[in-house]
Design a protein around this ligand. Structure first.
Ligand code: OOG
Ligand code: MG
Length: 287
């Protein structure tokens, strides 16, 4: 494939995925027509989606960082993506069913940085830069039917990202057991999964360090410059950046009327309700 052809193909894939996301519909996996992407090309599609958000993001996310997730999705390597500004949901909110195509929810631990973090970074340095820890519910919405995808497919689809809710109780990492924090995910009051943050690569700070490493490896220069991820010759996550460290539990399908609650040791709870199917036209995911 020539350079021009490859650039055109990546742009066209980003258009297709963004249109599916905005319409809450599904499209064909790039791997399904025998024209699979490489991991590098898949992150190039993600960079095109970032451009379609006007180079504004509300955070970053890691995925496939626990055995529960890898087994469920049959994708066995960590991946990362970004949260679009449209993805910010509020603790206790009711979100219209029409905001999602085929929503699934999972429980995560989120970090908020208090200091910038620059590549290269150790797990210990990553942990030092964390100022706040809170619970999160991630809502996933694959742009492929039934969440069927290969590793590059899901990367190109921005790791199924659509929305996230942070818990209102933000604690310093010294005051909770970040390495082994127990939590429960309930739907309509029924526990679906009980798990520990240790499921995230043995320690969620590894996921944060890996994010810095992967941004360095996979995001192109222009995207990093626009997002202010590259400064003074290195890659930097700024203080204030929100990072979802990856699903601790497997993901569970939800539908109109469902209430999701995640409660964790020392971090209170975070709650999200999927509203009735009211026909309200959803705002674009990528705009
Ligand atoms: C891909 C997103 C993975 C996680 O936390 O593992 C992810 C998917 O499962 O559809 O967000
Ligand atoms: Mg997730």
């Amino acid at each position: 494939m020539t350079m021009e052809n490859e650039t055109a193909r990546i742009g066209a894939l980003a258009d297709t995925l963004a249109a599916a996301a905005n319409a809450r519909t599904q499209t064909t996996q790039p791997s399904a027509n025998g024209q699979g992407l490489t991991v590098e090309q898949a992150y190039a599609v993600q960079c095109e989606l970032i451009a379609r958000c006007g180079y504004r993001v509300s955070g970053f996310k890691m995925g496939m960082t626990s055995q529960a997730k890898m087994r469920q999705m049959n994708v066995h390597e960590p991946i990362f993506g970004f949260m679009a500004p449209s993805g910010v949901l509020h603790d206790g909110a009711t979100v219209p069913r029409s905001a999602f195509g085929q929503p699934r929810v999972e429980a995560e631990l989120a970090f908020i940085l208090k200091a910038p973090l620059s590549w290269p970074v150790t797990t210990a340095e990553a942990m030092q830069a964390v100022g706040g820890v809170c619970l999160a519910i991630e809502v996933l919405d694959s742009r492929y039917s039934d969440f069927k995808f290969s590793l590059p497919d899901v990367i190109a689809d921005n790791t199924s990202a659509v929305g996230f809710v942070l818990g209102s109780e933000v604690r310093s990492p010294q005051s909770v057991d970040v390495a082994n924090l127990g939590l429960v995910l309930e739907i309509n009051g029924r526990p679906q999964s009980i798990a520990s943050s240790a499921a995230v690569l043995g320690h969620p700070a590894r996921s944060l360090a890996l994010l810095v490493e992967m941004i360095h490896r996979y995001y192109d220069e222009q995207t990093c410059a626009q997002l202010r991820l590259r400064r003074h010759g290195t890659h930097v996550l700024d203080a204030g950046t929100v990072i979802l460290t990856g699903g601790i539990t497997q993901a569970f399908a939800v539908d109109a009327g469902d209430t999701v609650r995640v409660a964790g040791d020392g971090l209170g709870e975070v709650v999200l309700t999927i509203g009735p199917a009211d026909g309200e036209a959803p705002a674009p995911v990528y705009a």
